[in-house]
Design a protein around this ligand. Structure first.
Ligand SMILES: Cc1cc2nc3c(=O)[nH]c(=O)nc-3n(C[C@H](O)[C@H](O)[C@H](O)COP(=O)(O)OP(=O)(O)OC[C@H]3O[C@@H](n4cnc5c(N)ncnc54)[C@H](O)[C@@H]3O)c2cc1C
Length: 331
């Protein structure tokens, strides 16, 4: 089994992971980005709200990012799935090629194919999965006719017939945001319990509330979204659906490391990080959607960039300590 050591291993090559690699590569660090290759927004033809890249392909953005990283000889981006990790004690790893080899946290990582890697620091930027409500036909529309984020895809649905397919009462807010974009918004409660206040707020702004149960999302022969069919058989025409999937962080590596997590207001438990992305585990950082389901592409980039700089600063501090210790030994 191959054993290799790096300054930093980054799990996940999306907007957060590649942005961190850019900062670290520019700091002449040996960086390995491991990427399973399934960014969250891969279903979307176009990406929005990203300055300078509005209405462009999210996959093109990542391809361009990988191409830019080729300038930095210390950075390697390749496929791979991290499945396990453990923090090593703070003794320098035997066989480490990271220089200088000062004392500090070390992390061992295991990949799905059994490969084992060592790094001085680990950044987890592995994103999340959207667990869609189990409505037949919804998954086929994801990123095409059905969306999550009003800021990402709402403008394209302006003045159209918009359906908010609720998974919980939390989506009342989403419906109110969509009302900013169209006068024709229907809130499909789909079993969500609305408070009297929430219901009154929807109706007051002209948002229809449909309490009858939803059976399926319906497409035309070309696969384009046509409407929502109710259990009673009625089909209501719609041009765009905004849904509220449950965010599930891709965090088995962080769990194995025992990083602290906390409930998130949007659902699920997410790893706790400080403003620079540092987790509760020494030597381990996290950035992007794996830390926060609200993190859009610009936020993920900023968090990755911040974490990359913070990790480099942490390594520099370790190297200062090592240099001082060496000078004391030399007398
Ligand atoms: C339908 C849809 C449309 C969207 N549209 C927009 C938009 O228009 N504008 C916008 O700003 N945001 C949009 N978003 C949000 C956007 O997807 C996220 O902000 C962004 O992907 C977060 O970047 P990230 O780097 O944190 O995660 P990701 O981009 O999800 O990258 C994480 C990477 O890590 C990999 N990975 C996961 N686990 C492992 C592992 N164990 N080992 C190795 N690799 C792993 C994944 O395969 C993936 O490649 C949209 C989201 C959805 C669902």
């Amino acid at each position: 089994m191959q054993q290799t050591s790096w300054d930093v291993i980054i799990v996940g090559g999306g907007s957060a992971g590649l942005s961190a690699a850019l900062m670290l590569g520019r700091s002449r660090r040996r960086v390995l980005v491991l990427d399973e290759g399934s960014p969250r927004n891969r279903f979307a033809g176009h990406m929005h709200g990203v300055l300078g890249r509005d209405h462009t392909s999210p996959l093109d953005l990542l391809a361009d990012g990988r191409a830019e990283l080729e300038r930095y000889e210390g950075v390697t981006v390749r496929g791979g799935i991290a499945v396990d990790a453990r923090a090593l004690d703070d003794a320098a790893e035997p066989g480490s090629t990271a220089e200088p080899n000062g004392r500090g946290p070390r992390v061992a990582l295991e990949l799905a194919d059994g490969e084992r890697l060592h790094a001085r620091r680990l950044l987890v930027a592995s994103g999340l999965r959207d667990a869609l409500p189990p409505v037949p036909g919804l998954a086929e529309q994801w990123g095409r006719g059905a969306f999550i984020c009003p800021y990402c895809d709402g403008w394209e649905a302006r003045d159209r017939r918009i359906a908010v397919l609720a998974a919980s009462a939390a989506q009342v807010h989403q419906a109110q945001l969509m009302r900013q974009l169209s006068v024709d918004v229907t809130f499909f409660a789909h079993g969500a319990e609305l408070t009297a206040e929430a219901r009154a707020g929807l109706i007051a702004r002209g948002i229809s509330v449909e309490d009858r149960a939803v059976a399926a999302v319906v497409a035309d022969d070309g696969g384009r979204l046509r409407g929502i069919r109710l259990v009673v058989g009625t089909e209501l025409a719609t041009d765009a659906i905004f849904a509220g999937p449950v965010p599930e962080p891709n965090d088995p590596v962080l769990r194995r490391l025992g990083a602290d997590r906390a409930p998130h207001p949007m659902g699920g438990e997410f790893v706790v990080v400080d403003a620079m992305g540092r987790t509760s585990v020494p030597g381990v950082w996290a950035a992007g959607n794996v830390t926060d389901p609200r993190s859009s592409v610009p936020f993920a980039m900023a968090a990755g960039s911040m974490a990359g700089a913070a990790i480099n600063a942490d390594l520099v501090e370790e190297e200062v300590r090592a240099a001082l210790a060496a000078s004391v030994r030399r007398g």
